[in-house]
Write a protein that binds this ligand. Structure first.
Ligand code: ASP
Length: 345
């Protein structure tokens, strides 16, 4: 009898121990890179939905706030910044690219999640889409309501971002943007609403998929070159060339373009015409990209524009054309080569 119960105990522990150990070690490993923004911002009270400037939570506070993440992944953290996204600059972009590349190159790494203010989230997302060299998922996440707000959207967005980062279907999709249950492509997506939670929209193309409660559901893949198929490498760079955007409106003259050239711009993205100031800038070696202010649709290539040495931005909005032109200028000054890049990325 005793022997029998001993046998049962030995068998049970033989069966249970490896399973228990497996359950622990099998959790995928995700690194959370934090940069700040509304998702980390605190307001003076729970109804404070604007001007919430009572400090920001740390990466650890984000994790402690969401114990459910422990069931999804083993999460490590790295604070790259804790700022509003208007303060993200080349230094933080280059650090993010380098640190995410280093993390994803580790065999045990499954994916990366990046918290970011929504105001410029899509710029960082597109930059990483061009400079992270891995098929492993990189998911950008933010929130429209601060950490302290009633009915805040941050925790669900972060929970879904980790779900997307550990989903095998997310591999090779390029950098993803995760808010409001929607999975969007970094290249195609723009913040379209100043205040509502349904703000990130890929106007021409729609979302890639959804983080639904039953599963991560994808419906299409981005086709333009990104991440593991990108030719851009920022490993050795400590800065990026200056590129500015000149907005077009009735009676806009060349004053902004002249000022950008004086400030040292190596490239200027236009949202429309530009007149003599553009020619003067080109004569000084400044590269010009034609984008558009409408927020959707392609700027179609024309022989006339190409003959004038300008580049067209495909359907990249001006602020994303700026990112690609900055990276292009780290490799070449040749407008034909840069036009090829705009057609491929
Ligand atoms: N309102 C912005 C946000 O949603 C602030 C920022 O971009 O940092 O995070």
């Amino acid at each position: 009898m005793i022997r029998r119960s001993l046998l049962v105990a030995v068998l049970a522990s033989a069966l249970l121990t490896p399973l228990g150990a497996y359950a622990q070690t099998a959790l995928p490993k995700v690194k959370l890179f934090t940069t700040g923004g509304t998702i980390q911002s605190k307001g003076a009270h729970r109804q404070k939905l604007m001007e919430y400037s009572d400090g920001r939570v740390t990466p650890q506070e984000l994790l402690d706030d969401l114990p459910e993440l422990k069931d999804l992944a083993e999460i490590s953290t790295m604070e790259v910044a804790n700022v509003g996204s208007g303060n993200i600059a080349a230094e933080q972009l280059l650090t993010l690219a380098r640190e995410i590349n280093a993390w994803l190159a580790r065999p045990e790494a499954t994916g990366a999640v990046v918290t970011h203010g929504t105001a410029t989230l899509e710029e960082t997302a597109y930059f990483l889409n061009l400079t992270v060299h891995s098929q492993k998922p990189v998911v950008m996440v933010g929130a429209m309501r601060p950490f302290t707000a009633v009915s805040r959207d941050g925790p669900m967005n972060l929970y879904n971002a980790v779900r997307v980062a550990v989903a095998p279907q997310s591999r090779g999709m390029g950098v993803l943007i995760m808010l409001n249950d929607e999975i969007n492509a970094a290249r195609d997506t723009t913040k379209t609403n100043t205040y509502r939670v349904e703000t990130f929209v890929a106007r021409d193309l729609g979302p890639l998929g959804f983080a639904d409660s039953d599963r991560i559901a994808y419906y299409r893949r981005p086709l333009y070159r990104h991440t593991y198929r990108s030719e851009f490498n920022v490993d050795q760079l400590s800065t990026l060339p200056r590129v500015d955007v000149a907005y077009t409106y009735q009676e806009a003259d060349g004053a902004a373009i002249d000022a950008f050239v004086t400030a040292g711009a190596k490239g200027i993205v236009l949202t429309g015409g530009g007149g003599d100031a553009v020619k003067a800038a080109q004569n000084k070696g400044v590269l010009i990209v034609n984008s558009d202010r409408k927020g959707a649709g392609r700027v179609v290539e024309s022989e006339k524009v190409a003959a004038s040495g300008r580049i067209t931005s495909d359907n990249l909005p001006p602020h994303k054309a700026r990112i690609l032109l900055r990276l292009a200028l780290t490799k070449t000054q040749d407008p034909k080569q840069i036009q090829r890049m705009f057609n491929e990325y």
